[in-house]
Design a binder for this molecule. Structure first.
Ligand SMILES: [Zn+2]
Length: 160
C-alpha cells in the first residue's frame, strides 16, 4: 500500500511540475529559519482543490478521515512539494507549516514518512494530536509568535 501511495504522489508531483514555484521566493521572510538550499529545492503549487489519494485501500485502512478532509485543509505536502488553496497561499504561517512537513519527508525518507503518517492517523485521527502534525503546528505557532528566529531543520531532525 505504501508503494501505491508513493507512485500516486509521484504522478501528482509530475503532473504539477510546470506550475510549481520554488520556496526561495519566500527567502526574505524565511531566511533566518530555513537554509537557502532547502528553500531552493522545495516547491509549492496553488490549486483550486487539494489533490488527495482516493484509494479504496486507504479507506479500508481507516484513513477516510484524512482523505475526505480537502475542504477543511489549507495545504498538503507530498515529498518536496506542497499544495495550497488560493486562500492559504497568502498566509506565510501555512507555508511555514508545510515546509516543516517537507523537512519531515526528507529526514524520514518517503516510505518511512508515509508509513508513520498513516499509522498516526489510524491511532490519533486526522488531527493536531497526530505527532507529525503536532510538530508542524507547534513550530508554526512559535514562528507566528515571532520571538527569536530558530533553525527549523535542526529542531525537526532533533525531534523526529
Ligand atoms: Zn500539517
Amino acid at each position: 500500500m505504501i508503494a501505491l501511495v508513493e507512485s500516486w504522489i509521484d504522478e501528482v508531483n509530475e503532473a504539477h511540475k510546470n506550475d510549481r514555484r520554488p520556496c526561495s521566493v519566500l527567502q526574505n521572510r524565511f531566511k533566518d529559519y530555513f537554509r537557502p538550499e532547502l528553500l531552493q529545492s522545495s516547491y509549492f503549487v496553488i490549486v483550486k482543490v487539494l489533490p488527495m489519494p482516493k484509494m479504496p485501500e486507504l479507506r479500508e485502512a481507516g484513513l477516510g478521515d484524512f482523505m475526505d478532509n480537502e475542504d477543511q485543509l489549507g495545504g498538503i505536502t507530498y515529498k518536496d512539494t506542497y499544495y495550497l488553496v488560493p486562500d492559504a497561499a497568502g498566509d506565510v504561517g501555512i507555508h511555514f507549516h508545510e515546509l516543516v512537513h517537507v523537512i519531515q519527508w526528507r529526514t524520514l525518507g518517503t516510505r518511512n514518512f508515509i508509513q508513520r503518517y498513516m499509522e498516526e492517523i489510524q491511532r490519533f485521527g486526522y488531527s493536531e494530536k497526530a505527532p507529525l502534525e503536532q510538530m508542524a503546528y507547534g513550530l508554526q505557532k512559535t514562528f507566528e509568535e515571532g520571538v527569536v528566529p530558530f533553525d527549523v531543520e535542526k529542531k525537526v531532525v532533533a525531534t523526529l
